[in-house]
Design a protein around this ligand. Structure first.
Ligand code: SF4
Length: 327
Protein backbone atom coordinates (compact mmCIF):
# COMPACT_ATOMS: atom_id res chain seq x y z
CA UNK A 1 0.00 0.00 0.00
CA UNK A 2 1.30 3.44 -0.92
CA UNK A 3 2.84 5.58 1.80
CA UNK A 4 1.78 9.21 2.12
CA UNK A 5 2.68 12.23 4.25
CA UNK A 6 0.73 15.08 5.79
CA UNK A 7 3.44 17.67 5.19
CA UNK A 8 3.80 20.54 7.64
CA UNK A 9 6.61 22.95 6.79
CA UNK A 10 8.71 24.45 9.55
CA UNK A 11 10.93 27.11 7.96
CA UNK A 12 14.49 28.07 8.76
CA UNK A 13 13.84 28.82 12.45
CA UNK A 14 15.68 25.80 13.78
CA UNK A 15 18.78 26.04 11.77
CA UNK A 16 22.01 27.31 13.28
CA UNK A 17 23.66 27.52 9.84
CA UNK A 18 23.36 29.04 6.45
CA UNK A 19 24.34 26.46 3.86
CA UNK A 20 25.58 27.82 0.54
CA UNK A 21 22.51 26.63 -1.36
CA UNK A 22 19.77 27.16 1.18
CA UNK A 23 16.88 29.50 1.13
CA UNK A 24 14.38 27.48 3.11
CA UNK A 25 11.58 29.91 2.42
CA UNK A 26 11.93 29.36 -1.30
CA UNK A 27 12.38 25.61 -1.10
CA UNK A 28 9.49 24.86 1.20
CA UNK A 29 7.33 27.74 0.02
CA UNK A 30 6.60 28.40 3.70
CA UNK A 31 7.28 31.62 5.55
CA UNK A 32 5.07 31.24 8.53
CA UNK A 33 5.54 29.12 11.66
CA UNK A 34 2.62 26.85 12.46
CA UNK A 35 1.76 26.45 16.13
CA UNK A 36 0.27 23.49 17.99
CA UNK A 37 -3.32 24.46 17.27
CA UNK A 38 -2.62 24.76 13.56
CA UNK A 39 -1.00 21.31 13.59
CA UNK A 40 -4.15 19.95 15.29
CA UNK A 41 -6.33 21.59 12.68
CA UNK A 42 -4.29 20.20 9.76
CA UNK A 43 -4.19 16.69 11.27
CA UNK A 44 -7.85 16.59 12.16
CA UNK A 45 -8.87 17.69 8.64
CA UNK A 46 -6.47 15.17 7.09
CA UNK A 47 -7.77 12.36 9.29
CA UNK A 48 -11.23 12.89 7.77
CA UNK A 49 -9.88 12.96 4.23
CA UNK A 50 -7.05 10.40 4.09
CA UNK A 51 -8.11 6.92 2.98
CA UNK A 52 -5.41 4.90 4.74
CA UNK A 53 -4.24 6.82 7.83
CA UNK A 54 -2.37 3.74 9.06
CA UNK A 55 -0.07 4.25 6.09
CA UNK A 56 0.33 7.98 6.53
CA UNK A 57 2.81 9.98 8.59
CA UNK A 58 2.55 13.52 9.90
CA UNK A 59 5.72 15.02 8.45
CA UNK A 60 7.57 18.04 9.79
CA UNK A 61 9.71 19.13 6.88
CA UNK A 62 11.54 22.23 5.82
CA UNK A 63 14.06 23.15 8.50
CA UNK A 64 16.07 21.31 11.13
CA UNK A 65 13.33 19.98 13.35
CA UNK A 66 15.46 18.88 16.29
CA UNK A 67 17.26 22.24 16.35
CA UNK A 68 14.17 24.42 16.74
CA UNK A 69 13.65 25.89 20.24
CA UNK A 70 12.85 22.94 22.47
CA UNK A 71 9.51 24.35 23.76
CA UNK A 72 8.33 24.87 20.21
CA UNK A 73 9.43 21.37 19.16
CA UNK A 74 7.50 19.88 22.09
CA UNK A 75 4.42 21.98 21.28
CA UNK A 76 4.41 20.59 17.73
CA UNK A 77 5.11 17.02 18.83
CA UNK A 78 2.43 17.12 21.52
CA UNK A 79 -0.14 18.23 18.96
CA UNK A 80 0.94 15.65 16.37
CA UNK A 81 1.09 12.78 18.87
CA UNK A 82 -2.64 13.22 19.58
CA UNK A 83 -3.26 11.99 16.05
CA UNK A 84 -1.07 8.88 15.98
CA UNK A 85 -1.70 5.30 17.06
CA UNK A 86 -4.63 2.90 16.76
CA UNK A 87 -7.13 4.12 14.14
CA UNK A 88 -5.13 7.26 13.49
CA UNK A 89 -1.92 8.09 11.60
CA UNK A 90 1.03 5.70 11.54
CA UNK A 91 3.45 8.12 13.18
CA UNK A 92 5.47 11.29 12.80
CA UNK A 93 8.29 11.97 10.36
CA UNK A 94 10.80 14.80 10.65
CA UNK A 95 13.87 16.04 8.86
CA UNK A 96 16.95 17.43 10.53
CA UNK A 97 20.72 17.92 10.43
CA UNK A 98 23.12 15.09 11.33
CA UNK A 99 24.78 17.16 14.08
CA UNK A 100 21.41 17.80 15.74
CA UNK A 101 20.89 14.16 16.70
CA UNK A 102 21.89 12.66 20.03
CA UNK A 103 20.45 10.20 22.52
CA UNK A 104 18.60 12.89 24.48
CA UNK A 105 16.77 14.12 21.40
CA UNK A 106 16.04 10.60 20.14
CA UNK A 107 14.51 9.71 23.53
CA UNK A 108 12.13 12.65 23.14
CA UNK A 109 11.23 11.78 19.55
CA UNK A 110 10.53 8.18 20.53
CA UNK A 111 8.30 9.29 23.40
CA UNK A 112 6.17 11.45 21.08
CA UNK A 113 5.56 8.80 18.43
CA UNK A 114 8.14 9.79 15.82
CA UNK A 115 8.65 6.86 13.45
CA UNK A 116 10.99 8.18 10.74
CA UNK A 117 13.90 10.61 10.75
CA UNK A 118 15.42 12.07 7.61
CA UNK A 119 18.93 13.44 7.74
CA UNK A 120 20.23 16.05 5.34
CA UNK A 121 23.58 14.44 4.62
CA UNK A 122 24.06 16.28 1.30
CA UNK A 123 27.63 15.05 0.78
CA UNK A 124 29.95 12.48 2.33
CA UNK A 125 33.01 14.49 1.32
CA UNK A 126 34.32 16.77 4.07
CA UNK A 127 35.82 19.24 1.61
CA UNK A 128 32.48 19.63 -0.18
CA UNK A 129 30.62 19.93 3.14
CA UNK A 130 32.99 22.68 4.31
CA UNK A 131 32.93 24.54 0.98
CA UNK A 132 29.13 24.64 1.17
CA UNK A 133 29.15 25.77 4.79
CA UNK A 134 27.24 22.78 6.08
CA UNK A 135 28.89 22.91 9.50
CA UNK A 136 29.08 19.11 9.93
CA UNK A 137 31.24 16.27 8.70
CA UNK A 138 30.62 12.96 6.95
CA UNK A 139 31.40 11.26 10.24
CA UNK A 140 28.48 13.15 11.84
CA UNK A 141 26.21 11.63 9.19
CA UNK A 142 27.51 8.14 9.91
CA UNK A 143 27.21 8.51 13.69
CA UNK A 144 23.69 9.99 13.55
CA UNK A 145 22.53 7.33 11.07
CA UNK A 146 23.76 4.50 13.29
CA UNK A 147 22.12 6.01 16.34
CA UNK A 148 18.79 6.47 14.52
CA UNK A 149 18.87 2.83 13.43
CA UNK A 150 19.86 1.65 16.91
CA UNK A 151 16.73 3.37 18.30
CA UNK A 152 14.59 1.58 15.72
CA UNK A 153 13.50 4.65 13.73
CA UNK A 154 13.17 4.47 9.97
CA UNK A 155 16.22 6.24 8.53
CA UNK A 156 15.98 8.57 5.55
CA UNK A 157 19.00 10.21 3.95
CA UNK A 158 19.03 13.19 1.62
CA UNK A 159 21.99 13.72 -0.66
CA UNK A 160 22.69 16.61 -2.99
CA UNK A 161 24.51 16.32 -6.28
CA UNK A 162 26.37 19.03 -8.20
CA UNK A 163 27.41 21.07 -5.16
CA UNK A 164 30.22 23.62 -5.21
CA UNK A 165 33.62 21.82 -5.15
CA UNK A 166 31.99 18.48 -5.87
CA UNK A 167 32.26 16.37 -9.02
CA UNK A 168 30.28 13.46 -10.50
CA UNK A 169 32.88 11.09 -9.00
CA UNK A 170 32.55 12.62 -5.52
CA UNK A 171 28.75 12.57 -5.86
CA UNK A 172 28.80 8.88 -6.75
CA UNK A 173 31.09 8.23 -3.80
CA UNK A 174 28.58 10.07 -1.57
CA UNK A 175 25.79 7.88 -2.90
CA UNK A 176 27.77 4.69 -2.25
CA UNK A 177 28.75 5.74 1.28
CA UNK A 178 25.15 6.72 2.01
CA UNK A 179 23.98 3.34 0.70
CA UNK A 180 26.37 1.61 3.12
CA UNK A 181 24.38 3.14 6.00
CA UNK A 182 21.35 1.11 4.84
CA UNK A 183 18.83 3.95 4.74
CA UNK A 184 15.20 2.91 4.41
CA UNK A 185 14.62 5.85 2.09
CA UNK A 186 16.78 8.16 0.04
CA UNK A 187 16.16 11.56 -1.53
CA UNK A 188 18.45 12.71 -4.29
CA UNK A 189 18.43 16.44 -4.84
CA UNK A 190 20.50 17.83 -7.69
CA UNK A 191 21.45 21.32 -6.53
CA UNK A 192 19.35 24.30 -7.56
CA UNK A 193 21.02 27.71 -7.30
CA UNK A 194 18.58 30.14 -5.72
CA UNK A 195 18.67 33.92 -5.75
CA UNK A 196 20.22 35.48 -2.66
CA UNK A 197 22.24 32.42 -1.60
CA UNK A 198 26.02 32.13 -1.27
CA UNK A 199 25.97 29.64 -4.11
CA UNK A 200 24.35 32.24 -6.38
CA UNK A 201 27.22 34.63 -5.58
CA UNK A 202 29.78 31.92 -6.36
CA UNK A 203 27.96 31.14 -9.60
CA UNK A 204 27.72 34.76 -10.65
CA UNK A 205 31.42 35.39 -9.94
CA UNK A 206 32.34 32.33 -12.04
CA UNK A 207 33.83 30.50 -9.04
CA UNK A 208 31.16 27.79 -9.18
CA UNK A 209 30.63 26.21 -12.59
CA UNK A 210 27.85 23.59 -12.62
CA UNK A 211 28.28 20.39 -14.65
CA UNK A 212 26.13 20.17 -17.80
CA UNK A 213 22.47 19.27 -17.12
CA UNK A 214 22.76 16.07 -19.19
CA UNK A 215 25.67 14.88 -17.05
CA UNK A 216 23.50 15.29 -13.95
CA UNK A 217 20.58 13.28 -15.34
CA UNK A 218 23.04 10.56 -16.34
CA UNK A 219 24.58 10.53 -12.85
CA UNK A 220 21.25 10.55 -10.99
CA UNK A 221 19.94 7.89 -13.38
CA UNK A 222 22.86 5.68 -12.41
CA UNK A 223 22.12 6.32 -8.72
CA UNK A 224 18.47 5.33 -9.25
CA UNK A 225 19.56 2.12 -10.97
CA UNK A 226 22.01 1.23 -8.20
CA UNK A 227 19.50 2.10 -5.46
CA UNK A 228 17.00 -0.31 -7.00
CA UNK A 229 19.68 -2.99 -7.16
CA UNK A 230 20.49 -2.41 -3.49
CA UNK A 231 16.84 -2.36 -2.40
CA UNK A 232 16.89 1.30 -1.31
CA UNK A 233 13.63 3.17 -1.87
CA UNK A 234 14.30 6.52 -3.56
CA UNK A 235 11.34 8.65 -2.51
CA UNK A 236 12.42 11.76 -4.39
CA UNK A 237 14.80 12.57 -7.21
CA UNK A 238 14.83 16.29 -8.00
CA UNK A 239 13.17 19.16 -6.14
CA UNK A 240 9.38 19.06 -6.24
CA UNK A 241 7.77 21.33 -8.80
CA UNK A 242 7.25 24.72 -7.23
CA UNK A 243 6.53 28.19 -8.54
CA UNK A 244 8.83 29.64 -5.83
CA UNK A 245 11.77 27.59 -7.07
CA UNK A 246 11.03 28.37 -10.71
CA UNK A 247 10.86 32.07 -9.88
CA UNK A 248 13.99 32.26 -7.71
CA UNK A 249 16.29 29.89 -9.53
CA UNK A 250 19.37 31.32 -11.23
CA UNK A 251 21.09 28.06 -12.24
CA UNK A 252 21.31 24.39 -11.39
CA UNK A 253 19.29 21.32 -12.06
CA UNK A 254 15.60 21.92 -11.84
CA UNK A 255 13.06 20.26 -14.08
CA UNK A 256 9.45 19.51 -13.09
CA UNK A 257 9.95 15.92 -14.28
CA UNK A 258 13.58 15.45 -13.28
CA UNK A 259 13.14 11.86 -12.14
CA UNK A 260 11.57 10.86 -15.42
CA UNK A 261 14.55 12.38 -17.27
CA UNK A 262 16.89 10.25 -15.14
CA UNK A 263 14.82 7.11 -15.67
CA UNK A 264 14.89 7.85 -19.36
CA UNK A 265 18.71 7.83 -19.21
CA UNK A 266 18.56 4.34 -17.71
CA UNK A 267 16.46 3.24 -20.71
CA UNK A 268 18.91 4.84 -23.12
CA UNK A 269 21.72 2.74 -21.62
CA UNK A 270 19.57 -0.39 -21.96
CA UNK A 271 18.80 0.42 -25.61
CA UNK A 272 22.50 0.98 -26.37
CA UNK A 273 23.40 -2.40 -24.86
CA UNK A 274 20.57 -4.21 -26.68
CA UNK A 275 21.45 -2.62 -30.03
CA UNK A 276 25.16 -3.38 -29.98
CA UNK A 277 26.14 -4.60 -33.47
CA UNK A 278 22.66 -4.00 -34.99
CA UNK A 279 21.06 -1.19 -36.96
CA UNK A 280 17.39 -1.96 -36.21
CA UNK A 281 16.00 -2.69 -32.78
CA UNK A 282 12.37 -3.41 -31.90
CA UNK A 283 11.70 -3.52 -28.18
CA UNK A 284 8.60 -4.07 -26.07
CA UNK A 285 8.49 -2.30 -22.69
CA UNK A 286 5.83 -2.09 -19.93
CA UNK A 287 3.11 0.33 -21.08
CA UNK A 288 3.77 2.65 -18.10
CA UNK A 289 7.41 3.00 -19.21
CA UNK A 290 6.85 3.91 -22.86
CA UNK A 291 7.48 7.64 -22.37
CA UNK A 292 10.67 6.93 -20.37
CA UNK A 293 11.94 4.52 -23.03
CA UNK A 294 11.21 6.95 -25.86
CA UNK A 295 12.59 9.90 -23.87
CA UNK A 296 11.37 13.49 -23.61
CA UNK A 297 10.77 14.86 -27.10
CA UNK A 298 11.84 11.42 -28.41
CA UNK A 299 15.38 12.09 -27.17
CA UNK A 300 16.33 8.39 -26.81
CA UNK A 301 15.05 7.54 -30.29
CA UNK A 302 16.94 10.48 -31.77
CA UNK A 303 20.12 9.69 -29.87
CA UNK A 304 20.01 6.09 -31.10
CA UNK A 305 19.44 7.33 -34.63
CA UNK A 306 22.57 9.47 -34.37
CA UNK A 307 24.37 6.27 -33.40
CA UNK A 308 23.06 4.59 -36.56
CA UNK A 309 20.30 2.52 -34.92
CA UNK A 310 16.62 2.72 -35.74
CA UNK A 311 14.63 1.94 -32.59
CA UNK A 312 10.92 1.09 -32.44
CA UNK A 313 9.22 0.80 -29.07
CA UNK A 314 5.86 -0.80 -28.32
CA UNK A 315 3.98 -1.81 -25.16
CA UNK A 316 4.65 -5.38 -24.02
CA UNK A 317 1.75 -7.74 -23.44
CA UNK A 318 3.22 -9.30 -20.30
CA UNK A 319 4.61 -6.12 -18.74
CA UNK A 320 8.25 -7.08 -19.34
CA UNK A 321 10.99 -5.38 -21.32
CA UNK A 322 12.14 -7.59 -24.17
CA UNK A 323 13.69 -7.54 -27.61
CA UNK A 324 11.15 -8.30 -30.39
CA UNK A 325 13.51 -8.04 -33.32
CA UNK A 326 16.99 -6.81 -34.13
CA UNK A 327 19.03 -6.93 -37.28
S1 SF4 B 1 20.96 22.94 7.52
FE1 SF4 B 1 19.16 22.79 6.25
S2 SF4 B 1 17.81 24.44 6.91
FE2 SF4 B 1 19.84 24.89 7.71
S3 SF4 B 1 20.78 26.28 6.23
FE3 SF4 B 1 21.39 24.19 5.75
S4 SF4 B 1 19.91 23.40 4.27
FE4 SF4 B 1 19.06 25.25 5.24
Amino acid sequence: MKHSNISIFIPHVGCPHQCSFCDQRTISGAQHLPDGSEVREICSKALDEVKFPENTEIAFFGGSFTAIPRDYMLELLTAASEFTGEGRFRGVRCSTRPDCIDREVLDILKKYGVTSIELGAQSMDDEVLAANERGHTAEDVEKASRLIKEYGFELGLQIMTGLYKSSPEKDMDTFLRAAELYPDTLRIYPVVVLKGTRLAELYESGEYVPEPFERMTELCGEMLRLAEEKGIRVIKCGLHASEFVEHDMVAGYYHPAFRELCESRIYLQKLITMAEGFSLLRVAVPAKDISKAVGQKRSNILRMKEMGVEVRISPSADGRTKIIERR
